[in-house]
Design a protein around this ligand. Structure first.
Ligand code: BGC
Length: 709
């Protein structure tokens, strides 16, 4: 774990003492869209930031979002945060981070603006594809592993957005009323882990307000919780244009102001701060503290003095990194349903194949908002399948529905501070024609018994920063197409490329459903390998897929996106904490994911050693194929005298088993953490006296039961 040492801090203090006020001010605001000003006389370089979580963004001009259009900023496109979470494999999250860190360093960056670790409160949030999960523990484990991997390359990770940036509607000024229990148990734990276990050197302050206070002005969040309670001694950077008031942000632990507009000298932490210090409204000591944070991080990254010779060089766009992207993608794909055993398809027996759906023939690296990147390459599903099967299989492709190839325009970021709406112009005529063509082909293929694969879902016109979806329904008339397709062939393989759940009203009619996320540059390769059984699927859902939007706690109990104010009235009952406690049926539950084999769970035993709970059990592969199981441990806390969710994820692991192989598995967790809860009565963390312990393959498939206390 990279840490800020006492030596880093001492050096930062000594250097700060030699800086003029003007020099200090230059170091704590954007002198360009992605960097601060250097102080050349003292060998202090600029601090260079860049997006983002799925790969390093293409270079822009210093004062203009237009790209430089060179060939040297093409990069590795990594699977999105939701895909990484879906592997339930911290080693792969770490590999993602290592790759991202090397690429960022290779591109000459100091801080990479990710991972995105906000909690998925609603299926509609436009940035859900970047975020990891509805569960704080899964987010914490996977997010921490990414951070640890990034920082190995002398680059700082920047977990974002602190805190509770759970929606895009009115993101700049939405005020979220969140109870302290929900904050402490749901929205803050991943950030706490990022700091205390991941050693994150920087953090990004969010745009929104929490309980009436702008996050970048919040003494409660930035000073009391982040710095005093969690011991964070790194740098807090604002989200781009999230600072709104010089004095309010200067007085709290917000260190660097960055923005989306090129009027750098007018930034709140530029001339206005200089003037505020000169006329005594802000003390110079407040500025010094910020500069010391910047310098301490620079020193920890080997950016100062002789240490520069030792700074890691990084590398990007390498074959090894493409392989890493593929390794992660292979474990993130979720087999949601395979009730007729259609998958895996027979690679050698397949002579003819029909592929329907625009997402078969689209790539996604070119959109999404600040997470957009210029990928060295991106294998579409159609290319992945065709490339793998080769020339002896006759593949027919029908678009099936109309959807654009999303290619974000260069001015996106300048416009991103405005609310916007989707343009849902119905292309009715074209839609009908494409559907009819596809269905005619489907009839023909179904009659000859040749496989049909539908590949649809969303794209970055829907999974997009600065805008939320307005409904969970599939766009572009896909529901009608899928419904008709299933009447022709209920065993059509339905694949979805998307970053957030969609309504699946036709699901009972379908036998085979695969969820693919935005899965990086090798997405199509991993998908082809999975569909044809070269790779065993092992992804599990990091979030619930509800039946309808009305079932979702943020919509059913609370409100979402209402005129600048949102009440988190569902409290801690986010995602499965609501569905499982209140017996609300869901389409696919949290933790769900099938394989091409089956596993048997037996012999649960719970022991305690050195303050840890050791949850031990046997898992056996009872099928004919190898596979990876994801045993999940849930606790139901008892004896707290307060209402609690029925189940809460407290630990998990991933185990590879050959057919017939049986293994003893131990999931270990600190007892105090497992039993910890925020007491509404005590206004603090307490330890529950007792708990039910459940082990299974998802929150809806719990196989073993024990009790402690
Ligand atoms: C986003 C951040 C991003 C920043 C810089 C903002 O619009 O919210 O996540 O890192 O822009 O591009």
């Amino acid at each position: 774990m990279t840490m800020i040492s006492e030596a880093n801090k001492a050096k930062a203090r000594a250097l700060t003492a030699r800086l003029t006020l003007e020099e200090k001010i230059g170091m704590i605001h954007g002198a360009a869209l992605f960097h601060t000003a250097p102080v050349e006389r003292l060998g202090i370089p600029a601090m260079t930031f860049d997006d983002g979580p799925m790969g390093v963004r293409a270079d822009t001009h210093d004062d203009d979002w237009a790209p430089l259009h060179n060939t040297r900023d093409s990069v590795t496109y990594l699977p999105s945060g939701s895909a990484v979470a879906s592997t339930w494999n911290p080693a792969l999250a770490r590999l993602t981070g290592e790759t991202l860190g090397q690429e960022a360093r290779g591109r000459g960056k100091d801080v990479i603006l990710g991972p995105s670790i906000n909690i998925k409160r609603s299926p509609l949030c436009g940035r859900n594809f970047e975020y990891m999960s509805e569960d704080p523990l899964l987010t914490a484990v996977q997010g921490t592993a990414i951070i640890d991997g990034v920082q190995e390359s002398d680059v700082a990770a920047c977990p974002k957005h602190f805190a509770a940036n759970n929606q895009e509607t009115d993101r700049l000024d939405v005020d979220e009323s969140i109870g302290e229990r929900a904050l402490r148990e749901i929205y803050l734990p991943a950030f706490r882990a990022a700091v205390q276990q991941g050693g994150a050197l920087t953090i990004m302050g969010a745009y929104n307000l929490v309980n009436g206070t702008q996050c970048c002005e919040s003494e409660e969040l930035l000073d009391r919780i982040l710095r005093d309670e969690w011991g964070f001694d790194g740098l807090v950077v604002s989200d781009w244009s999230a600072v709104k008031n010089t004095e309010a942000s200067a007085k709290v632990g917000l260190d660097v102001e960055m923005g989306v507009t090129p009027n750098f000298d007018d930034y709140y932490f530029a001339r206005p701060l200089l003037e505020a210090v000169r006329d005594g409204r802000v003390s110079e000591a407040d500025v010094d503290r910020k500069v010391e944070h910047v310098l301490a991080v620079m020193d920890a990254l080997n950016m100062l003095g002789d240490a520069r010779a030792e700074r890691k060089a990084g590398s990007y766009a390498t074959l090894a990194h493409a392989q890493a992207a593929l390794d992660v993608a292979r474990e993130s794909i979720v087999l949601l349903k395979n009730s007729a055993g259609v998958l895996p398809l027979d690679e050698h027996g397949t002579k003819r194949l029909l592929i329907i759906g625009a997402n078969a023939d689209r790539i996604h690296s070119l959109g999404g908002g600040s997470a957009v990147i210029k990928a060295v390459h991106e294998i579409s599903p159609l290319l992945g399948i065709n490339g793998m099967l080769g020339g002896n299989v006759d593949i027919t492709y029908a678009e099936g529905y109309w959807a654009p190839q999303v290619n974000q325009d260069d001015t996106w970021q300048e416009d991103s501070l405005e609310n916007s709406a989707q343009d849902a112009t119905a292309e009715a005529e074209r839609t009908r024609r494409l559907r009819d063509e596809a269905l005619a082909l489907a009839r023909e293929f179904a009659a000859s018994g040749d496989p049909i694969i539908f590949i649809g879902g969303l794209n970055h016109d829907y999974d997009l920063e600065a805008r939320d979806r307005t409904a969970m329904d599939l766009p572009y008339g896909q529901d009608a197409l899928i419904d008709a397709l299933l009447d022709i062939d209920p065993d059509a393989v339905l694949v979805f490329v998307a970053g957030s759940p969609v309504a699946m009203p036709w699901e009972p009619k379908a036998s085979t459903i695969v969820w693919n996320w935005y899965n990086g540059m090798e997405s199509g390769t991993a998908l082809a390998e999975t569909l044809f059984g070269r790779v065993e699927p092992s992804g599990h859902l990091p979030e619930t897929f509800p039946m309808t939007l009305d079932d979702c706690p943020a919509h059913a109990i609370g409100t979402f996106g209402l005129e600048g104010h949102v009440d988190y009235t569902e409290g801690i009952y986010v995602g499965y904490r609501h569905y499982s406690t209140n017996d609300v049926p869901v389409r696919f539950c949290f933790g769900h994911g099938l394989t091409y084999t089956t596993f048997d769970y037996t012999d649960l035993r719970v022991r305690e050693a050195d303050g840890d709970l050791l949850v031990e059990f046997h898992v056996r592969n009872t099928g004919a194929r190898p596979g990876k199981a994801v045993p999940q441990v849930y606790l139901g806390l008892e004896g707290t005298g307060e209402d609690r969710p029925r189940y809460e994820l407290k630990g998990f692991t991933k185990v590879a088993l050959e057919p017939g192989e049986r293994r003893q598995v131990t999931v270990r967790m600190p007892r105090a953490d497992a039993l910890r809860y925020w007491s509404e009565r005590m206004h603090g963390f307490c330890v529950a006296p007792a708990a039910a312990i459940l082990v299974g393959e998802s929150v809806g498939d719990l196989r073993l039961h024990a009790h402690i206390g």
